[in-house]
Design a protein around this ligand. Structure first.
Ligand SMILES: [Zn+2]
Length: 384
């Protein structure tokens, strides 16, 4: 076991206490006042850890964002942590499901793995390096957002403005249940399909109508055939609503389609297929539009190179570093779409995101702090 890992293992108790404190702040995205309370706690921690500046980016609908920087004058490109302090859990969840640690040293609590565990690791890594007098002479940034769980609608502009200024973004979303980093995240897009037919009395003149539900049934089967799960593409009709009365040929259907893709090319191909859908029932009209989405975080050459460097640095500390992919998106997708180097899943091992069994494997926290400390100390940018 490396000296650095031994050091962080000695701080496991502090990590658990900090994680409990962070979970004790209930931070549902839409409750600005509650999220700002945790924001104030974070601002105080950043200052205590010797940040050279902490900039507040005020928000009206969600919690304020913070951008904290260390060693601003130091040479080289910054490494930036990307964290979000909001959770999917409403106020009062903690009273129903108080934090506890089970006999396998797993901490259960709302928001523990997504992503208060990852935030704990950032703060404890910086504190550890500072206390050891080993804060590396390079710029280190932390961008703290507050609305990831609603798709980062408000923080997106800031993420897009700041990420291109740095050399590497470390997304502190949880590792997998096996403690793997995430080197691929599928692209995700949701489409809205509106079908317009023509109403008519189902008894007197059914033939004068254009049945939007029959048109939808045709389209649902066509869309379903776009699935190519073997190659990473999924296309799922997930919601549908239509018709107006039991005795009327239905004139309207609205449906939603969820799509996932592993490459930007596949993502665009899928969109192309959906936008080119043609009506089957004579007289029916289709309108399909994308209502949200983000492109995949591809496992491209740059991703593989950065993963391998992280793996080398981790293995030098006696850690086992593995990689995996995720079907869900994160802010990592946004960063990747800008062509900025990114590694995701740097948070602790755990499971149950957005679920009742949400938990952090406590023993993984010193390991992650060690990996990240080693990366901050020794990371080499390719072109340097
Ligand atoms: Zn998250």
């Amino acid at each position: 076991m490396s000296e650095l890992l031994t050091f962080f293992q000695g701080r496991r108790g502090d990590m658990v206490e900090l994680l409990k404190t962070l979970v004790s702040y209930e931070t549902p995205t839409r409750d600005k006042a509650s999220v700002d309370k945790m924001g104030a706690f974070m601002e105080a921690r950043f200052n205590e850890l010797g940040a050279s500046s902490v900039t507040r980016i005020p928000q009206t609908e969600v919690g304020d964002l913070l951008l904290a920087k260390w060693n601003e004058g130091a040479p080289g490109k910054p490494i930036m942590f990307l964290i979000h302090i909001d959770t999917v859990w409403p106020l009062g969840t903690l009273a129903e499901r108080p934090t506890y640690i089970d006999d396998q040293d797993r901490l259960f609590g709302p928001g523990a793995i997504d992503m208060k565990g990852g935030i704990t690791i950032v703060l404890e890594t910086l504190r550890g390096l500072k206390d050891r007098g080993e804060m590396p002479d390079r710029p280190i940034w932390v961008l703290m957002t507050s609305d990831e769980e609603v798709g980062s609608v408000y923080s997106n502009a800031t993420i897009k403005a700041e990420s291109p200024k740095v050399g590497l973004v470390l997304v502190m979303e949880p590792a997998t249940i096996d403690e793997a980093l995430k080197t691929m995240r599928k692209g995700v897009a949701t489409y809205r399909l509106d079908i317009e037919g023509l109403p008519s009395h189902a008894g007197n003149q059914p033939e004068k109508g254009v049945n939007a539900i029959i048109e939808f049934a045709n389209q649902a089967l066509i869309i379903n055939r776009m699935n190519d799960l073997k190659n990473g593409r999924s296309v799922s009709v997930t919601m549908v609503e239509g018709g107006s009365a039991t005795n009327v040929i239905p004139a309207h259907v609205t449906a939603f389609v969820d799509t996932r893709a592993i490459s930007v090319q596949q993502f665009e191909e899928t969109e192309g297929m959906l936008l080119e859908l043609q009506a089957v029932v004579p007289g029916a009209k289709l309108k399909i539009e994308r209502i949200n989405g983000h492109t995949p975080m591809e496992r491209n050459d740059a991703m593989v190179g950065n993963y391998q460097q992280a793996k080398r640095l981790g293995e030098a500390q006696g850690l086992t570093i593995t990689e995996a992919s995720s079907g869900g998106g994160s802010d990592g997708n946004t960063v990747a779409s800008l062509g900025v180097a990114v590694l995701d899943g740097l948070g602790p091992q755990g499971d149950g995101l957005h679920a009742l069994h949400e938990h952090v494997v406590l023993n993984s926290m010193p390991r992650r702090c060690t990996l990240i400390a080693a990366m901050l100390k020794d990371w080499v940018f390719e072109e340097e």
